[in-house]
Write a protein that binds this ligand. Structure first.
Ligand SMILES: Cc1cc2nc3c(=O)[nH]c(=O)nc-3n(C[C@H](O)[C@H](O)[C@H](O)COP(=O)(O)OP(=O)(O)OC[C@H]3O[C@@H](n4cnc5c(N)ncnc54)[C@H](O)[C@@H]3O)c2cc1C
Length: 436
């Protein structure tokens, strides 16, 4: 994105995870004044892997961070990464491989912390403020066209535009929803996560190839996603277990219950008792205390990601199940559209509300499509799709799912948004040079 002259407004981002940081990088590169407020004492990510699909890779390249990411992660280059599906029980024969186009479908699998570090390394350190847990968002008492952020430490910050990238438990979402409602729902799915040295698996007799493609081991109400990171030295394992007899949101975790906890390896062993040889090796080689995630989602979907001068992005807007490895990617697409629209030469403080409304109008159908398909894909992997546990035909249920996420050009969102802003009259048709 080309740098634009300075704007007559300032932006504050709440939350410095992958999506908030991507947005900060993109805004900063485009010359928009931005500050970022993070609750934690420093930027940080969990010890796990993450897959970023070609759609999000296009954004990372366009905002100029892809080379830094590849360099820092040591991943070398992008790879066309279609999953190989194997029943988890029995001998794990391959039953389906996601078809990939070598030039179009190139993504990256990496360590989350290293990905975050790469983004941090390109953000101007003076824009980031730590230990700033946002507790409320209100209209500024002094000026109804400004927004007041209040933090747990008693301080406040007044600004023109707020972008809520504060994750699934978002405090900014409460403002957008206009009350005490939070649309936060337990998905009835838990995930056990671990990183395991590939050499240890091989030494234990693990036979399934992981380098050529990530693997999904399928089974009734459970599946495992397995892919190598760090130049194939480490294997990222996520073992899911779900209940399908309970509607999403019908059960709430008890108040104060941890969403992420350390559990015993024995618990995971019990969950996958009787599964095939390579699944057993994976679990035997997990650390003694793998982490267990009770996955929450935003449900029912928000009517809008925007209220007035406040917009949501990433999990705050559309936290979803991870069964297409696409949640962060959707947040990265959000961040890109926001940054391109806010830095557009015709965006001013007077038309900000229209610009944000159009951001929501363009992004919501796409992110919700990915939400719905992620949910559906989980059911398919767990033997609850159209073909049930008929694994030989499971490919018919999976076909096209990833392509609908990956083969999206985020530039199209921008073009559609500008078109819509012109139709509303928020961006006048101008012949000749555009003034700011
Ligand atoms: C098991 C699992 C596997 C996944 N695998 C993938 C994958 O392979 N690919 C993929 O694309 N996605 C994946 N996802 C989804 C992905 O992790 C999320 O979509 C992504 O991390 C969301 O990023 P975010 O920046 O919106 O939120 P977060 O990463 O949650 O960041 C939010 C930030 O805001 C801060 N914050 C929170 N509250 C406040 C506050 N009140 N004030 C200030 N700061 C605050 C937090 O400290 C944090 O830094 C997976 C998810 C799970 C559970």
């Amino acid at each position: 994105m080309a740098a634009q002259p300075r704007k007559d407004f300032e932006v504050a981002i709440v939350g410095g995870g992958v999506c908030g940081l991507t947005c900060a990088v993109a805004l900063q590169k485009a010359g928009v004044s931005v500050r970022l407020f993070e609750a934690a004492p420093a930027f940080g990510e969990i010890g796990a892997g993450i897959g970023v699909g070609p759609n999000a890779v296009r954004v990372l390249k366009d905002i100029g961070v892809l080379d830094t990411i590849l360099q820092k992660t040591g991943e070398g280059d992008l790879r066309a990464r279609g999953f190989i599906y194997r029943p988890g029980v029995g001998e794990h024969r391959a039953v389906y491989t996601t078809p990939v186009n070598e030039s179009e479908d190139r993504g990256i699998g990496m360590h989350r912390a290293v990905f975050l570090d790469a983004l941090v390394s390109v953000v101007d350190p003076t824009v980031s403020h730590f230990n700033k847990r946002c507790v409320s968002v209100t209209e500024s008492p002094a000026n109804p066209d400004r927004v007041l952020l209040s933090f747990l430490d008693g301080t406040t910050h007044e600004t023109d535009v707020v972008l809520g990238a504060d994750g699934i438990k978002s405090s900014v979402r409460k403002y957008v929803l206009g009350g005490t409602e939070d649309r936060l729902a337990f998905s009835n799915t838990v995930a056990y996560r671990a990183l395991i040295p590939y050499a240890a698996l091989k030494a234990a007799g693990f036979k399934t190839g992981l380098v050529e493609a990530p693997v999904c081991f399928l089974g009734p109400s459970k599946h495992l996603i397995v892919f190598p990171i760090k130049n194939d030295e480490i294997v990222n394992v996520v073992a899911f277990s779900a209940r399908y007899d309970i509607p999403i949101g019908a059960v709430k975790l008890p108040d104060g219950a941890a969403w992420v906890e350390q559990v015993s390896r024995e618990e995971v062993k019990r969950e996958y008792e009787g599964w095939g040889p390579d699944v057993s090796i994976l679990i035997d080689n997990m650390p003694e205390k793998p982490s267990k995630w009770s996955i929450h989602v935003v449900h029912p979907p928000l009517e809008s990601y925007v209220k007035d001068r406040v917009a949501l992005l990433g999990d705050a807007a559309h936290g979803m199940l991870p069964h297409l490895g696409a949640g962060a990617g959707q947040g990265i697409e959000d961040a890109y559209l926001l940054a391109r629209l806010l830095s557009h030469p015709q965006t001013h403080t007077d038309n900000i509300k229209d610009v944000l409304q159009v951001y929501s109008q363009v992004r919501k159908p796409r992110a919700q499509m990915v939400w719905d398909r992620s949910y559906r894909n989980g059911r398919v992997y767990d033997g609850n799709g159209p073909h049930g546990t008929d694994w030989d035909h499971i490919g018919e249920d999976i076909e096209g799912m990833f392509h609908s996420v990956w083969r999206h050009d985020p530039n199209r969102d921008f073009e559609a948004a500008v078109q819509s802003l012109r139709e509303r009259g928020a961006f006048p048709q101008i012949n000749g040079p555009v003034s700011v």
